[in-house]
Design a protein around this ligand. Sequence first.
Ligand code: ATP
Ligand code: MG
Length: 749
Amino acid sequence: MALDYLSLLNPSQGAAVMQTDGPCMIIAGAGSGKTRVLTYRIAHLLEQGVDPFNILALTFTNKAAKEMRARVEKVVGPAARSLWMGTFHSVFAKILRSEADKIGFPRSFTIYDTQDSKTLMGQIVKELELDDKLYKPSVVLGRISAAKNKLISHNQYLSDPAIKADDEAALRPKIGVIYQQYQQRCFKAGAMDFDDLLFNTNVLFRDHADVLNKYQNMFRFVMVDEYQDTNYSQYLITRKLAAKERNICVVGDDAQSIYAFRGADISNILNFEKDYPELQVFKLEQNYRSTKNIVWAANSVIKNNQAQLRKDVFSENEDGTLIEVIKAASDNEEGKLVANSIFEDKMNGHLSYDNFAILYRTNAQSRAMEESLRKLNIKYKIVGGLSFYQRKEIKDLVAYLRLTVNQNDEQAIRRVINYPKRGIGDTTISKLIMTAEEANHTLWEVVSNADQFMAARVSNPVVGFAEKIKSYIVVAGKEDAFEAAKFIAKNSGMLEELYADKSIEGLSRYENIQELLNGIKEYVDDPEREDKSLGAFLQDIALVTDSDLKDAAQEGEAVTLMTIHSAKGLEFRNVYIVGMEENLFPSQMMITSRADLEEERRLFYVAITRAEKKLTLSYATSRYQWGNLRSCEKSRFLDEIDPQYLNVKFSAGPGAGEGSPFQHVFERRSNLIPTAPRKVQATKYVAPTDFAPSDTSKLQTGQRVEHAKFGFGVVNALENQQGTTKATILFEEVGEKVLLLSFAKLRVH
Ligand code: ATP
Ligand code: MG
């Protein structure tokens, strides 16, 4: 079936779709059909007979990839399923799954999410005895992340005098050392954080020409959406992949570049022109998404930025309604007015709640909105914030699942070794960790051999824990992800523990676990899913970005709440941008330099251009901050919109500043904050005092040995695995034991 693309596209869009040979770039305004061009381009390639496995399309969120795939599928049918389509992170995680061993990682490597990274970072800062206020995990990780995105390794970081001077000036001279420790620990744990996925892909392609060559031949056509927000690491990956065929097409909008703080580099657009002198550039100027009023308002805002490529965006849609401005006396009232407005518009316009989105600058702003929506019984879904997978009980069960798939996952061991409580005290855990460090073993090796160097009283629960995990490995080897997870939830004691807690919070935790199991069930029941293993499921959820959680969070029609950052590329019929106040938007942290303020203004531009038919901007004249009621000034961005497009509809009404009607919600929430685990009285490890161990480096089978705890025995077998020697010894009293020689403390007779 030949498709008449041209009737669905304007001439420039059509030309960009048809031009599949050689490099091409579209840098164009919001809503001008860039993503649509990519979608039809893929459909066109498939229709031309290109194998879907030869097409790589990189999107900014998993959701965007899903939507693009669905749209392509509509046009070309099931072939769309074999496309390589996803975020940089998901695509290259998949590639690393089959190539990681070449760079020294297990193929079953764990992906650390932000929380895992923070926990590990906190531990390192503590172990190095540094001030954790100065070396806040988020600050240090931010700095390390920036380095990784510029492909600066920890060794380069440590030896670069400019970086050193920078860190010293910021009074944080130890970041290099922390970076090194962090990478070593991740490596040892067989783990990568999100930045490592891209960093290591670069290492893989740099050091293994054969591998690069393989993927160059595979990805004959490379496409990147939201190109303005790629960082150097991502830029280099695409450049390398496209070096052979040079069939690369990137689309983006410099006016929507909003991730500079995360290393996105606008010079990637300029580099692109240098890298491909034969480049074809296409111009798209017509906005198909929004009414004229919205497009004009967006243009009037962005023209205040100096740093931008000039382009004129126009709309041939109707003028539409004016942009409404809501002025409220307090944040609670702002929430109320917004919720009322949504309710009215839905009723009057016979709309669905799916047509509405509330966008804010920071996650914390969702509170007032949530409360007001609840009060009017309006369903909503939150994107970001405390998402499902961030909840404690979910992280606990996921840690068990991760450990089942990768026993080197140190963070997972620490999380659940004594949860539910099984009598393993903090001191024992510290001892296990120290022993692993000293003997250069993984924590798992030490845990599963704890009986060899700890009194039985202390080691029994530790070994019991290891035995449980070993049984899970067996189950996961035989069963699908759902059966394995169900078994683990029950057998670990987690379900029972949560069921026993009859408080509202306990109940909701129990329901959350059930919901996770439901999700896994859905995952394995998907007929298109080939790999239904626990490992495959875990990889899937590790890559679920906050933006994608809304799909899982709630079913049925609902208003979407999210930060502007996660709204990129999306469109909604009616959009509310709330908190239009100085110090909130623009954010207080972004007003000291022109560059920062311009990034903030681009963010506002992104927000405005999400709206199709109706845009509402709201602000409060007072708001609680750190427990104090502060008066607020309306955002300078509001004044930048030409007033002819505005309709200031509401003014402050009664009820300003009144107490929250949802006080009980806070009370319940504060109960939800997990309390610190109760300290279990540690049992002291009794080391034999009069026992001098021998050098066992030349130990041979058949030799008679003496062990401080197990007494006399004979070495039956010696096995060397990756530098670790395990000895099988038949003891006279306790029978056969397999010991790790490096800490077995044997005396050779
Ligand atoms: P953003 O910069 O926000 O990512 P974009 O440039 O990627 O926007 P799209 O999302 O591709 O824009 O398109 C915006 C809307 O306009 C979509 O609903 C799309 O289907 C529609 N659209 C784009 N081009 C056309 C066209 N030629 N005819 C009809 N509708 C179009
Ligand atoms: Mg787009």
